[in-house]
Structure formats: C-alpha cells, structure tokens
Design a protein around this ligand. Structure first.
Ligand SMILES: C[S@@+](CC[C@H](N)C(=O)[O-])C[C@H]1O[C@@H](n2cnc3c(N)ncnc32)[C@H](O)[C@@H]1O
Length: 211
C-alpha cells in the first residue's frame, strides 16, 4: 500500500495502525508526536487500509465535506496543505475549533455542503482533493455539486453510507443508484466496501468527468 507523505504505520498498544504527526484532538493514542489514525473511526483511513488508489501524495489542497468534530479532517490537515472543513451542525463545529487552533492550515466553514455557492468565495477553485463523508440523503448529488472546486486532475474520495440513502433497500442497490448519479459529474476509478471497518459503506475514488 502506498501511503501519502506524512502518514506512517506505527504500533499502538501492540497493534499496527496508521498514524499522522500532529496535536492530539479526540483522546487518540499517541507515540511521541504521532497520533493513531484508526480506520474504525475514519472512512478515509479505512480506504487507505484497503489499499485504495486514493492518489494522495501529501501536501495537497483539500476540501473536506462533513467534518463533524474533526476526527478525520484533523489527520488530513496533518499531512495536507490548506484544508477547508465544511460542517453544517453548530455543535460539532464548536469541537472542530479545538483541532483548528493547533493547525494553521485548517479552515472551518459552518456551511451546508448542498449550497457550495455559500463558500465559493472562500475556497480556492483549484482544490486537488475533495473528501466527502456527509452520511445524509443525496450523497452523490452533494459530490457532483462540489465538483466545481476540483482541478481537472483532482480526485474525489467519497464514502457513501447506504442507510443514509435508504434503510429498506439492499445496500448494493443503493450504491448502484448513487454511482449512477455520481457519473453525471465524475469518472469512477475504484469502489470498495469498507467492511470490516464500516458496515454498509462504499469507498469511492473518482476524477472529474471531462467535458
Ligand atoms: C459521518 S459524520 C462525519 C464524520 C467525519 N467525517 C469524521 O470522520 O471525522 C457526517 C457529518 O456530516 C455532516 N453533514 C451532513 N450533511 C451535511 C451537509 N449538507 N453539509 C455539511 N455537513 C453535513 C453531519 O452534521 C455530520 O457531522
């Protein structure tokens, strides 16, 4: 598996885990300056654990949708360049500010990812990586609406939660429907179920569709 610069495998409590270097955020185990990045708490870490072709080198400009209280986005900011973190719920955004305080390259945006025009004046338009984990209905549509920020050679790293779309249907059917929508804006490079780390989630790597 190729890991981005700034992400390493280290041993925590006898287990081999991903780690990034940075200020601890949520009580995660540490080893000197390194903080454990647990794939069970992060869909992006699960995608890396599965060896998905994320294309991450480290140092990229990132737009992260669904930042919550900063668990994953704080790790992303540890190995990336400017990192814009969009979250629409005020409560987790307050906690996210603790991660922001210790990171000069992490910019929180209390915004709705379904309304990209509300943060288009802040976010650079040549984002190299769009990471999305919003876990709400219409996840593929959100990714399409935010494709405007991605460079031509940029990448989408998306986690789709089946139950957020439809609790009654078979997850595979839900994923196929979401991928059909996603193809309106992207060419899909790779998909992979994120078990055993996350049940009924699909990891997707995609690039903007050429027009
Ligand atoms: C599964 S949690 C994200 C966990 C986070 N990505 C992590 O790994 O640390 C999904 C988050 O997306 C947020 N969210 C859902 N819909 C959103 C939207 N339209 N705009 C912004 N945030 C949204 C939710 O409030 C929630 O905090």
């Amino acid at each position: 598996m190729t890991l981005p610069d700034g992400v390493e495998r280290r041993t925590f409590g006898g287990d081999d885990r991903l780690a990034t270097k940075g200020h601890p955020v949520y009580g995660e185990p540490t080893d000197g300056d390194w903080r454990c990045w647990d794939a069970r708490r992060s869909k992006l870490a699960a995608m890396l654990e599965h060896g998905m072709d994320t294309g991450l080198d480290g140092g990229e400009t990132v737009l992260y949708l669904g930042a919550a209280s900063g668990t994953t986005v704080s790790h992303v900011a540890d190995f990336s360049g400017p990192t814009y973190a969009v979250e629409f719920a005020p409560r987790p955004t307050r906690d996210l500010l603790d991660a922001v305080d210790a990171r000069e390259n992490l910019f929180p945006l209390l915004k709705d990812a379904r309304k990209p025009e509300t943060y288009a004046h802040v976010v650079e338009s040549d984002v190299e990586v769009l990471v999305q984990d919003v876990a709400t209905r219409g996840q593929a549509r959100v990714a399409c609406e935010n494709a405007r920020f991605l460079r031509e050679d940029g990448r989408l790293l998306l986690a789709i939660k089946a139950r957020s779309e439809d609790v009654a249907s078979d997850p595979e059917t839900v994923f196929e429907r979401a991928l059909d929508t996603l193809r309106e804006g992207y060419e899909i490079i790779e998909t992979r179920r994120l078990e055993p780390f996350h049940v009924d989630h699909l990891g997707v790597v995609a690039v903007p569709r050429k027009v």
